[in-house]
Design a protein around this ligand. Structure first.
Ligand SMILES: [Zn+2]
Length: 342
């Protein structure tokens, strides 16, 4: 099979490897679509060593496909369409796992799911294979857990309603998912990014209004959008300290701010902290999603949400180097690798 290898300093190769075989609880999935995540940038440019180096070829963790081979009968069967969950491990037995919050599992002895999904086949523990409805395409399936599940979780934590006006800071793939999901759920969105290409993507994802903070007058745009009240909800998808502070500034009294994704810190000076209290801002942080929420997002897709609208580029696996260069080149929304072609 063909498998992508990402090795830092923008090195990307496509290797020929033996087809993997199922064993125990691990099944083999034929990957039909595999999206590049923003979190893979650190492995691509080598700024952070891959914690799974040696255990996997690449950091791909957003994919969907068909179960190809199983080692023994179980709830996951050959031929099942599946969305692959991207968290690394869960034991299934602790209080967190039993309540569905796999991300909070503290059992380090659970076998890890470490495979990178940018390959024609991937060996994966069967419980990481979530059911994918027939109505949901593989491309949409690849985006269910992240970025759309992560977006859904963050919006749930901010208690979003259709009445809300939402600032979405950052219109990379994650921000575009938040924008599209907010609009699908009936809220108004002002989308912000310093990159005009991405603002065009935001408009294509139904943003009600857009603003480029580097052009100045950012708070005037927020005031104009909300008749001076400030937004009810702000979601930071930039991961930057500036983006997060802009969210705190843009919400009105009683506003809710969601910090989405793992990134830089947040430091408040005395005046900024004062705003937090004076406006009684509700602050929440999140970075991924629980498996049951992925099924809920799949339901939304059946009802008309179109995750593939954030995809701007598709590449065959042979062009993986071009896929990464495009994805991290600044002029792209979501980039998807199609391991078996279009
Ligand atoms: Zn657990």
């Amino acid at each position: 099979m063909k498998s992508v290898r990402v090795f830092g300093q923008k090195g990307v190769a496509v290797d020929k490897l033996p087809d993997p075989q199922p064993h125990g609880d691990f099944v083999v999935v034929k990957v039909m679509a595999s999206a590049i995540s923003g979190t893979e940038r650190r492995y691509y440019d080598g700024s952070t060593p891959d914690p799974w180096a040696g255990a996997r070829e690449n950091g791909g963790h957003e994919a969907a496909g068909v179960v190809w081979k199983v080692a023994r009968p179980g709830p996951v069967r050959e031929g099942d369409r599946v969305a692959l969950f991207g968290a690394y491990r869960h034991c299934g037995r602790c209080r967190a796992c039993l309540s569905g919050r796999w991300l909070f599992c503290q059992d380090e002895s659970a076998p890890p799911q470490a495979a990178g999904y940018h390959a024609q086949y991937v060996t994966i523990r069967s419980d990481f294979c979530l059911p994918l409805p027939d109505e949901v395409s593989f491309e949409a399936g690849a985006l269910l857990a992240a970025p759309f599940g992560a977006a859904f979780r963050s919006l749930g934590r901010t208690e979003l309603t259709a009445l809300d006006r939402v600032l979405v800071m950052g219109q990379g793939p994650l921000g575009l998912a938040v924008t599209l999901l907010c609009r699908f759920l009936g809220a108004q969105v002002i989308a912000a990014d310093t990159n005009d290409y991405r603002l065009a993507c935001a408009r294509a994802c139904d943003a009600t209004a857009t603003v480029n903070p580097s052009a100045g007058a950012f708070m005037d745009a927020i005031a104009g959008f909300t008749r001076g009240a400030g937004v009810e909800v702000a979601i930071d998808c930039t991961g930057s300290a500036d983006g997060r502070l802009a969210c705190l500034e843009a919400v009105g009294r009683g506003g809710r701010v969601g910090l989405l994704g793992i990134a830089e810190g947040l430091q408040l000076d005395a005046a900024q902290a004062g705003q937090l209290f004076a406006k009684e801002i509700a602050l929440s942080a999140s970075w991924y999603v629980d498996p049951a929420q992925v099924l809920t997002v799949a339901d939304l897709v059946v009802r008309g949400l179109e995750p593939a609208r954030i995809i701007t580029h598709r590449f065959p696996i042979e062009a993986a180097a071009q896929a990464f260069a495009t994805g991290f080149g600044g002029e792209a929304g979501k980039v998807v690798i199609l391991p078996w072609g279009a």
